[in-house]
Design a protein. Sequence first.
Length: 315
Amino acid sequence: MTKEHLYGPYGATDVETALSVGKCGANALWFHGFNPSGFEAAEQAGIYPCVEFKTFRADFEKRPELIPTGADGRPIRYGRLVQGVCLSRSEFVEERLADLAEGMASFRPHGVWLDYLTYAGWFETPDPDLQESCFCPACVEEFCSTERIDATTPDEILSKHGVVWTDHKCRRIDALGRRFAETIRSASSDCIVGIYMCPWTPEEFDGALRRVFAQDYRLLSRWSDVMTPLMYAQKSGRPSRWSRTFMEATPEFVPAGVPVLPILDVLDFPESLIALAASPVEPAGFQLFAGAAAFKDADGRRQIERAIARLEKKT
Ligand SMILES: [Zn+2]
């Protein structure tokens, strides 16, 4: 990744927000998908356009065939918010890759952040409903043939081959993620590839980072440029200093030299940003989810400017 740190709001594509970004020393605008307005606003403001790209998330009402299967053999439980799909639905994976290729052929983003590059669940909540998946016949067959394991039921897989099952899921996410990265880089070799990460340490929730979501920092950082944990403190029932305590823990599980650039939530602003800027383990910048209002507000800009100055002084 470029040595330059990146700072900016996520979720706005208007010129006014883009212009406010540069006023406080920030330099990037993150927005959903290949949105022409976002590229235009970033260009007008002279800042970097960065795309959040949806990988494994779909409307299950419209695409019920994508719902993963739980250990009880039934479709997984899910609420209003859920990510992850049955990865044996290769037609869906190819659709997402084709969308990405089309976007890259039409625009020149500074970076693309892969979102929902996980197995199924939802982690932006204090009480996550964590469930292992996917035990559909195709996914079980794929596991057994790849790992040369003879198991037929979810119980047998989880009780006798749980470690291999988790490792296998992580490798599957890793291999698919690489295809997204290759699609980005074949269109634009210097485009930054980021990954939005479940914001938990490897131990929390009984190892759910790998066991449920199948995100393995060691594997994913081999082909990506920057890791972006979603540090939404209030939504996750955590204190606003979580951004700092998480950064301080990263040397234990993020390989040395891999940039970590958290996304903070404007609901936790400015406390979580102040905490992040004071972290002795330095982030590679930050995104501020729904942060347009903070950037457009003079007091907000002062807080952001101060945080950026503090982070830049450390480099
Ligand atoms: Zn499946």
